[in-house]
Design a protein around this ligand. Structure first.
Ligand code: NAP
Length: 248
């Protein structure tokens, strides 16, 4: 019986757990950061909360006798990915990263790529604009420094306390979000500017396609640098890697 730890918080992590849950040769645990108040139901046992840095994760891997570590975290969760790489080294546990590829700009896209949330705040400019913000609720505070804009904020959980600006509306939703609904939302709120991460995948691509259709500019936060480790892009490829890794 091989013990697998999946670092999750993504649809892919859940899908991979689903694929592995019924296997008699594997004992799978999924780890979540605890960012959402009521996380989606998971098909395998779940542990929630940080490990206490790379050293803490290495100690967890040793204590739980984990045989294989899979980093299936969000592409912007760079700290946990760096910790996973370091902890795998320290505990001498094989590591695979499951990283969904980024979206690629296509004809009609009007993207302004920026480095980080501060770059997005600056790229909004000084004139008041109607902005659709689709970042994590913990990343919104810097937008209070440019309170002249009208914000529409979408997040999984309610933003509490709300953004300290005079004009903000909030919608909650876990996705997936399709293009037609996102287009209707952008039109209803007369949005002029979208701010998004390059999350990749289909679940949150609706706003990118809708912005293209409406000719809107999108401020895209560039992906953070991630550690150089063995990596695959699909759940299918992760299962194949695992099959190879657990073969006696
Ligand atoms: P992070 O900056 O990479 O991680 C911060 C700390 O959270 C880590 O050092 C670790 O704490 C803990 N952590 C993160 N993922 C964990 C996991 N799967 N299991 C256990 N502990 C975990 O990640 P973040 O602060 O969550 O988010 C950074 C960016 O990723 C944001 O843009 C956010 O919107 C995006 N994102 C994250 C998630 C998610 O589930 N985390 C989902 C969607 C999007 P210790 O050092 O104590 O171990």
């Amino acid at each position: 019986m091989q013990r697998i730890l999946i670092l999750g918080g993504t649809a892919e992590a859940r899908q991979l757990a689903e694929r592995l849950a019924a296997r008699a040769d594997l004992a799978v645990t999924l780890s979540l950061a605890g960012r959402t108040a009521s996380p989606a139901a998971q098909p395998v046992p779940v542990r929630i909360g940080g490990f206490g840095g790379a050293q803490g994760l290495a100690e967890y891997l040793a204590a739980e006798r984990v045989d294989l570590l899979i980093d299936a975290t969000h592409p912007y969760a760079a700290t946990i990915s760096a910790n996973a790489a370091r902890a795998a080294e320290l505990a001498n546990v094989p590591l695979l990263a499951l990283r969904r590829p980024p979206w690629v700009r296509v004809a009609g896209d009007r993207w302004v790529e920026v480095a980080g949330v501060q770059g997005a705040v600056e790229a909004l400019g000084t004139a008041s604009r109607r902005v659709f913000l689709t970042l994590g609720r913990n990343e919104l505070a810097p937008f209070a420094r440019v309170p002249q804009h009208h914000y529409l904020v979408r997040s999984v959980d309610p933003v509490d306390p709300p953004l300290a600006v005079p004009h903000a509306n909030y919608v909650t939703g876990r996705g997936p979000f399709d293009e037609a609904n996102d287009r209707a939302l952008l039109e209803e709120h007369r949005i002029e500017q979208v701010v998004a991460k390059n999350s990749g995948g289909t679940a949150t691509y609706g706003k990118i396609a809708a912005a293209r259709a409406l000719g809107l500019s999108v401020i895209v936060l560039r992906r953070p640098a991630l550690p150089q480790v063995a990596a695959v892009e699909t759940v299918e490829a992760a299962v194949a890697w695992l099959d190879h890794a657990v073969t006696p």
